[in-house]
Every structure is written in structure tokens, then in C-alpha cells.
Design a protein around this ligand. Structure first.
Ligand code: UTP
Length: 387
């Protein structure tokens, strides 16, 4: 049963001030759809500033730690694909203001890719098999293996705010969300958005035998996705946006449990050597990769919970290359600017639709903070960055 928003916010603020909250950011994906030659976190996404995803996320953590007067550790997961470049980039940028002790970077594991027809393990070259990151669910094992989980325990962290590198709209350490997570006694709480279309490409949160679980869109039959209630609304309506609150004690229990997380199969394009040693660069998916999904923890949580959020304010995933139909750099920048324009308008600014605006997380983390800034409310007529 939800508590009032103000009470939830207060509860979240108390946990933050007490130093009970850490942040988990997963950035081990290969970002193949975006077609960017570096880790996705380095992609310049600020609509006016051109700041990278890494910078925006690091600044949100820094701003939260200043606001709540507490050290907030950022646990950042990379993969062998993204690790070295991420470490070098963040060092060069001085971790965008985070202290070295509060940014812990750890690397996830890999799994071999197999030929989709024969099931045989593919060779990347003569002396190496083709490996790829073992999915965002690889976080659980890697968090422990790296010692980062023990670090969280030592610091007195009790809950993690988890999110993905590709969503610059995420409200990192959102106190209201954390408050619902805490007040419900949940071990695993997910932000969801109300689906507009049955076949949206999000994980679907459903209740099976009294337990919440997520079914990936690719695993949900179309006719089941299309089912509607009597009032016309979608029966399966809750789309996960991969923002979770997790109790540290739950992760510790799950990492020890023998069952662990299952592997899902994904058909992907994997360059490899054929049996004659010729290099093959397929243009169609040819291989099966094995990935673990973090949301498979949900049915084991006692209990789990969901919190509905407005996608316009919380969800703009960068997935696809420029020029594609959705989730592109253009659409993500437009959504960021739209959110910040709303904050400006509610703070009394005149901000026309077609003029890009951007507010640094270090300037304001939300509409209220923007409104509290002592600024001349001049009409905005050209691209403007508040930083
Ligand atoms: P996606 O599954 O969308 O993959 O990852 P991706 O790497 O961003 O893009 P494609 O599919 O190759 O185009 C969702 C989130 O999970 C992380 C990604 O970094 C992203 O934040 N992730 C994914 C990992 O950390 N490790 C993985 O093995 C897979």
C-alpha cells in the first residue's frame, strides 16, 4: 500500500542522509545498435553542452551527495569490451568531480558465443574463442568477485539505486522512489511506465502466483501482450525501465544461492573464423549469445514492488544510431531539453519549444531546485545552458 508522496520523499531523504544508499551503474554493454566506436557512456548527449552520459551520471551522483551531505559511492560496472577505455576516460576527466574513493569500477564476466546452427563455440581468431559480456545480470557475480559488494557492506550501505548507462533522464537517488522502496519493505523495487502500445520493447512486469516477475518483450507472445481489461486498458501494462532499488542484504543472499540467475539466449551477429580459418563477418544474426538479466532477481525478492513513473520525466534510452526511428541521439536530446524546459517554465521562465535548453545536474537536480535559484527570469531566445 503506497504511502503519500511527501512521506515517501521524507523517508528516502532520511536514508540518503544516513549514508545508507549507494549507486550502481551498469555500462558493460557493447552498444552495437548505436554504432559508436567507444563505450556508450562517452557518447556526447547534452543537448546544449555536449556532455557525455558518463559526465551527466557522475554529476548527478555528486550533486546528490552534496545535497544530502554524505558520501555516495558509485559502483560502475564495465566489461572487457569497455573497461580500459572507461577507466582511462574517467581518470583523464578527474571522475567529473567524484573522489577516487567513491568511484569503484569493476568488470563483469563473459560467455562464449555459439554458432546458431551447430551449437559449436565460435572462434574470434586462431587463439581466442568469441566472448561477449554475460548480460547486465552479470552484475551480481561481478559485484561480489571484485570486492565492491564487501566495500558497500563496510560503508554501511543498505540499498542500491541501480540504473543503466543509456538513460540520461534517470533521477539518480530519487528520494520519493527510494522512500516507496523502503516503506514497502521491498528487497527489489522497479520503476515502471504505463505502456501505450502492447508491443513496446520493454520488459513486462507481471504477477505470477503472487510473485512479481519481468517477461522480456521478446518472450511475450503478441496475443498475450494485446489482451485488454474490460475498460479497454492493457492487461499487461507495466513496462520496466531498468531503474531498480535493491537491498544489499538481498543481493548478498542471492549471490550465495546456488540457483543464481538463468541465462537467456539472444540471436546476434558475431564475426568469427570458419573451420578453414577464413574470417567471416556476417550481415545477419548467426550466433547465440548467453546473457543474464538483473530483473530475474525479482521473483526471489521478499517482497518485490513496482513504482509507476512518467516516462517523459524518467526515461529516454539511447539505443539506436542517428537517423533511425526512435531512441536515437536526436530523440534523447529533444527529451532532455523538453524536461529542462518544463523545469524552467515552472520556475517562471519563458522558454519556447524550439530553443534547446539544458540544466547541469550541479545547477539543479529538479524543478524545485531550479525554482529556488535566484536568477533574472529573462525570456530564453537562444540555446542556453545553466551550469
Ligand atoms: P542493452 O541490452 O540495451 O545493450 O543494455 P547495449 O549494449 O546498450 O546495446 P546493444 O544491444 O548492443 O545495441 C542495457 C544496459 O545494460 C548494460 C548496458 O551497458 C546498458 O546500460 N549491459 C548490457 C551491461 O552492463 N552488460 C551486458 O552484458 C549487457
Amino acid at each position: 500500500n503506497p504511502i503519500p508522496p511527501a512521506a515517501a520523499r521524507q523517508k528516502g531523504v532520511e536514508a540518503l542522509r544516513a549514508g545508507h544508499v549507494g549507486v550502481m551503474l551498469v555500462a558493460g554493454g557493447q552498444g552495437t545498435r548505436l554504432r559508436f566506436d567507444h563505450p556508450k557512456g562517452m557518447f556526447p548527449i547534452g543537448p546544449v553542452s555536449g556532455k557525455s552520459l558518463f559526465q551527466i551520471h557522475c554529476e548527478k551522483v555528486l550533486a546528490a551527495s552534496r545535497r544530502y551531505g554524505v558520501r555516495i559511492p558509485l559502483y560502475l560496472m564495465t566489461s572487457p569490451e569497455t573497461h580500459d577505455e572507461t577507466v582511462a576516460y574517467l581518470a583523464e576527466q578527474q571522475r567529473f568531480g567524484l573522489s577516487a574513493e567513491d568511484l569503484l569500477i569493476f568488470c563483469q564476466g563473459t560467455m562464449p558465443a555459439v554458432d546458431a546452427r551447430t551449437g559449436k563455440i565460435l572462434l574470434a581468431d586462431r587463439h581466442h574463442i568469441a566472448l561477449s559480456p554475460d548480460g547486465h545480470g552479470g552484475m551480481l557475480a561481478a559485484f561480489q568477485r571484485s570486492g565492491a559488494m564487501a566495500d558497500a557492506r563496510r560503508r554501511g550501505i543498505r540499498h542500491l539505486f541501480y540504473f543503466q548507462i543509456d538513460n540520461p533522464l534517470v533521477h539518480v537517488c530519487d528520494p520519493e522512489f527510494l522512500g516507496y522502496h523502503l516503506a514497502s519493505g521491498s528487497e527489489f523495487t522497479s520503476q515502471v511506465v504505463r505502456k501505450q502500445q502492447p508491443l513496446e520493447k520493454v520488459g513486462n512486469v507481471v504477477e505470477v502466483d503472487g510473485r512479481l516477475q519481468v517477461i522480456e518483450y521478446s518472450d511475450l507472445p503478441d496475443d498475450v501482450a494485446a489482451r485488454r481489461n474490460e475498460d479497454g486498458s492493457l492487461a499487461i501494462w507495466a513496462g520496466s525501465i531498468a531503474v531498480h532499488g535493491m537491498a544489499l542484504s538481498f543481493l548478498e543472499r542471492m549471490v550465495e544461492s546456488a540457483a543464481g540467475l538463468p541465462f537467456h539466449r539472444a540471436m546476434k551477429r558475431v564475426p568469427h573464423l570458419d573451420p578453414q580459418g577464413n574470417r567471416i563477418d556476417p550481415d545477419q544474426p548467426n550466433a547465440i549469445k548467453f546473457e543474464r538479466f538483473i530483473f530475474d532477481l525479482m521473483p526471489s525478492a521478499q517482497p518485490a514492488a513496482i513504482v509507476e513513473v512518467d516516462p517523459a520525466e524518467h526515461f529516454a534510452p539511447l539505443k539506436n544510431a542517428p537517423g533511425e526511428t526512435h531512441d536515437t541521439p536526436e530523440s534523447v536530446k529533444a527529451q532532455m531539453a523538453a524536461e529542462h524546459r518544463q523545469w524552467l517554465r515552472s520556475a517562471g521562465f519563458e522558454a519556447p519549444d524550439n530553443v534547446p535548453v539544458e540544466i547541469s545536474p550541479l545547477f539543479a537536480l529538479d524543478a524545485e531546485e531550479m525554482a529556488s535559484r535566484m536568477l533574472a527570469r529573462k525570456p530564453i531566445t537562444e540555446p542556453t545552458y545553466f551550469g
